[in-house]
Design a protein around this ligand. Structure first.
Ligand code: F6P
Length: 546
């Protein structure tokens, strides 16, 4: 694997720095006055999605230089290496073949693709069996509820997919339990009937503490309700790379669906990790979800840079993070069914690119992976939009907007759409001091009072956003949307020179967690070299009450 150059060493980097310092004084709304056709130039479409990025603090010159940056880093070769199955995850010496999970053919990766196809067949078998009522629990009742037990990538993708595709929901209800906080599982189980509940323990490693703890409690819940150890096969499926551990847990080989080390957890919704969502919406809809993602894959591989949606979104991420110092970015889906999208993207982008060294281990002196956050609109308008409009940090926004609704209240959708469009416009145009003054005078404030209040109404504007629209939130558009952000994350990782497919940073917390657990269970206090006074005092406070 060739070593990745540092972003700051690329020839276009200083040119972009110079341009950014000029553009810091430019106005987005002015760009539209200078070029009334700007929207046409800064708009692309792919796989049923449209990206309008005309409300960005971006000129054609800046875009050309950003595209050069991608060329200089050798992005096209990196993309080819990704899809060819080269060990692009260099620290773990593994490929990252999530695109193969939704492919229609394997090409040179035929051996892996055959495993994917066999697993798809097994998933379909389980989905159909459950839908036909052909799989029963220990008392002979058909399964009515499925509980996915998993965390991180073994939870967020299927949770989002099930929620997003609610209008496609069949008669089996799917629930998601991730947290080791016992109330998560307890609250979920309190409404369920053990005799008709199936658990899917999703864990790539089958070593994740939270998932195993919840799995054991689920097992006890079934036993307490009258199931025997021999009945467990009726109530547990596993999805994992670690068949031995699943077998030790008591899940038989027939009930264990495979995952492979070439699928990263946060890229795994397309694999059997997505089984619960396939059960929720039925197999044909899950296939449509894969097809949507495949459409985005094809676009990503074929479209030239200036029309390539994932690449353009990645370049915008780099632009604001590295040339404008934006510490965060928001994603605001104006769709209640997409309320889980920000959390999913948080893991995707921050676990992938939240790295401080290059793939070769060189310490970075520039920022990577801005904080990704957001909630479904319009909720944020009544909490943090104040900060977006008048706060002191730059935070580019991605608005995500389905243009039709599955609900029978289209007039309410009109309100939602109006809010979304108004927010992106307000972020861009802002409000000047003189406009603030006139507003206050119109509202009946006296001259001096209006003058006193006007600075508080001033909004600088010039806050960039993109809007991603699609006709409707369907399995296809959802698949395309998630694949879009996956590829965007990959491109940004390459530009920053980091490995987006490992996550070594989560390990120390797990190790210390095990030590602290010992301390909490132990009679004696740990010595000073085993812990620190603050952690000791906090542990003792817990011990005093438990
Ligand atoms: O601890 C982080 C992590 O490894 C994520 O990368 C992963 O998605 C999650 O934990 C769950 O891991 P597993 O699927 O192995 O239980």
């Amino acid at each position: 694997m060739t070593s990745t150059p540092l972003l700051t060493d690329l020839p276009s980097y200083p040119k972009l720095q110079a341009l950014a310092s000029t553009l810091k004084r430019a106005r987005i709304d002015q760009f539209f006055i200078e070029d009334p056709l700007r929207t046409d130039s800064f708009r692309v479409q792919a796989a049923g999605l449209k990206l309008d990025y005309s409300k960005q603090l971006l000129t054609k010159e800046a875009l050309t230089l950003l595209l050069q940056l991608a060329d200089e880093v050798g992005l096209q070769q990196r993309v080819r290496a990704l899809v060819a199955g080269e060990p692009i995850n260099s620290t773990e010496q593994r490929p990252a073949l999530h695109s193969l999970l939704r492919a229609a053919e394997g090409g040179a990766l035929d051996a892996e693709f055959r495993q994917v196809c066999v697993t798809r067949e097994r998933m379909k078998h389980w989905v159909d069996r459950l839908h036909q009522g052909a799989h029963s629990g220990f008392s002979g009742q058909p399964i009515s509820d499925v509980v996915n037990i998993g965390i991180g990538g073994s939870d967020l993708g299927p949770r989002l997919t099930t929620e997003a595709l609610k209008p496609y929901q069949g008669h089996i209800a799917c629930h998601y339990v991730a947290n080791v906080d016992p109330t998560d599982l307890q609250d979920t189980l309190s409404n369920l009937n053990p005799a008709s509940t199936l658990f899917i323990v999703c864990s790539k490693s089958f070593r994740t503490e939270e998932t195993l703890a919840n799995g054991l409690v689920a097992r006890q819940w079934l036993l307490a309700a009258g199931a025997t150890a021999a009945d467990m096969d009726m109530h547990f499926l596993a999805v994992t790379c670690n068949r031995e551990a699943a077998a030790q847990f008591g899940i038989s080989a027939n009930n264990c669906l495979p995952l492979w080390d070439w699928v990263g957890g946060r890229y795994s919704v397309w694999s059997a990790i997505g089984l619960s969502s396939a059960i929720a919406v039925g197999w044909p809809n899950f296939e449509r979800f894969l097809e949507g993602a495949r459409g985005m894959d094809e676009h990503f591989l074929q479209a030239p840079g200036e029309a390539n949606m994932p690449l353009l979104m990645s370049l915008l991420e780099i632009w604001y993070c590295n040339f404008f110092g934006a510490p965060s970015q928001a994603v605001l889906p104006y769709s209640q069914h997409l309320k889980c999208l920000p959390e999913f993207l948080q893991q995707l982008t921050m676990e992938s690119n939240g790295k401080r060294v290059t793939a070769q281990g060189t310490a970075l002196e520039y920022s990577t992976a801005p904080l990704m956050w957001g909630v479904a609109g319009t909720m944020g308008q009544h909490s943090f939009h104040q900060w977006l409009h008048q706060g002191t940090s730059l935070c580019p926004v991605d608005f995500v907007l389905p243009l039709t609704t599955h609900s029978d209240k289209p007039e309410q959708l009109r309100q939602l759409v109006a809010n979304c469009l108004a927010q992106s416009r307000a972020l861009m145009i802002g409000r000047s001091e003189s406009a603030a003054l006139s507003t206050l005078l119109r509202r009946g404030f006296s001259g001096p009072e209006a003058k006193r209040l006007a600075p508080h109404l001033v909004m600088p504007g010039n806050r960039p956003s993109s809007t991603i629209t699609f006709e409707a939130l369907t399995p296809e558009t959802l698949g395309a949307l998630l694949a879009l952000y996956e590829h965007r994350t990959f491109c940004s990782g390459q530009l920053w020179g980091v490995n987006p497919f490992d996550q070594w940073g989560v390990e120390l917390g797990k190790e210390i967690g095990a030590e602290v657990l010992d301390q909490l269970m132990g009679e004696s206090n740990p010595s000073d070299d085993q812990t620190d006074p603050s952690t000791s005092a906090l542990a003792n406070a817990w011990k005093a009450l438990n």
